[in-house]
Design a protein. Structure first.
Length: 332
């Protein structure tokens, strides 16, 4: 165990030390393909919470309270969703036929982009902070013809975990991309509660919230729909609300809390730099989690292969410039 003075202590399990962490290693090895992936997990902790990050995708892997060991983050289950908290880059959502064009050439890219499946390098390790880096190479340029440096940082402060995205345009031309988070949270969080006891509460009454119109094939449509909130700020959770896939909203308050009508544990997500907030779990299931997803962009238009230069809500970054965006998870 590595310790540092200050706000937090940092633990690093590299190549899974079986002599010291056998039980953790055994659990990890059951979750990955035999011998093909060596998982590197890095832990930030303070007196309030413990946070684990996976070097693959720089993915948030666990958020636990120290007082009672409660796990707030969805732990992945292939029956519903094997992910936990994807970092989305350079696209958010799906592309029609898994394709887009740039400068007249067609490229293929998977759902949410390649960063979530990429091995990141740890570049900063301090008390209360970890930073991971992904740099463009020949493999990324085969699907995304740009030079970039993508950094994901986690900063722990009390019960608040800040996720910071920084994108550096290291090329000579314009860099076009989107950013997003995809953290899933366990529902219920309190023993004795059920899924329907929970709601999503925005930080203040917000009228005029718009819902992104979606096709039956889960692509976007050009229009927005009115999405009135209960009492101006509440979305009651129901499993069937996700039967037509995710709900994406714009013109919200910038902060939303997952909480039970019975009180108890809750989690707040603030997203000052993101235009959209999405809510999702696997359609037509009673999945015991909900994802709260701050995105800068949205999936492709239905039946349209996007031209990257004109794709909706993409970030355009000039050579040498840096784009920074963040969202914050607060455990309550």
């Amino acid at each position: 165990m590595l310790t540092s003075a200050g706000a937090g202590r940092i633990l690093c399990f590299e190549r899974c030390n079986p002599s010291k962490h056998f039980l953790k290693v055994f659990t990890i090895l059951k979750q990955i393909m035999k011998g093909l992936i060596i998982l590197k997990l890095y832990t930030l902790e303070n007196d309030v919470i413990s946070v684990v990050i996976n070097s693959i995708g720089a993915e948030l892997y666990s958020i636990k309270t120290k007082a009672d060991g409660c796990e707030y983050l969805w732990q992945g289950d292939s029956e519903y969703w094997s992910g936990r908290s994807y970092n989305l880059f350079p696209i958010c959502g799906r592309l029609t036929e898994g394709k887009y064009t740039y400068n007249g050439k067609t490229y293929e890219m998977n759902l949410h982009g390649f960063a979530r499946d990429s091995e990141f390098s740890l570049i900063k390790r301090e008390a209360g902070e970890l930073s991971f880096e992904l740099i463009s190479d020949e493999s990324t340029k085969a699907v995304y013809p740009f030079d970039f440096r993508y950094v994901v940082s986690y900063i722990l402060d009390g019960s608040r975990l800040k996720t910071v995205y920084e994108v550096y345009n290291s090329g000579n031309g314009e860099l076009i991309f989107a950013l997003g988070g995809h953290p899933g949270f366990n529902v219920p969080l309190n023993s004795g509660d059920c899924f329907e006891d929970y709601r999503l509460e925005f930080s203040k009454p917000t009228y005029g919230v718009k819902k992104l119109a979606m096709s039956e094939t889960c692509y976007t449509l050009p229009d927005y729909e009115d999405f009135p909130l209960e009492n101006g700020y509440i979305i009651p959770l129901r499993h069937n609300m996700f039967d037509h896939d995710a709900i994406f909203l714009s013109e919200t308050s910038g902060e939303v809390t997952l909480k039970s009508k019975n009180g108890g544990k809750s989690v707040c997500v603030s997203y000052p730099d993101m235009k959209y907030i999405g809510f999702w779990h696997k359609p037509y299931t009673e999945a015991p989690f909900v994802c709260i997803e701050p995105w800068t962009s949205v999936p492709a238009y239905d039946s349209v292969i996007d031209k990257l230069e004109t794709k909706r809500d993409m970030i355009h970054l000039k050579s040498g410039e840096i784009k920074r965006a963040e969202f914050i998870i607060e455990i309550k």
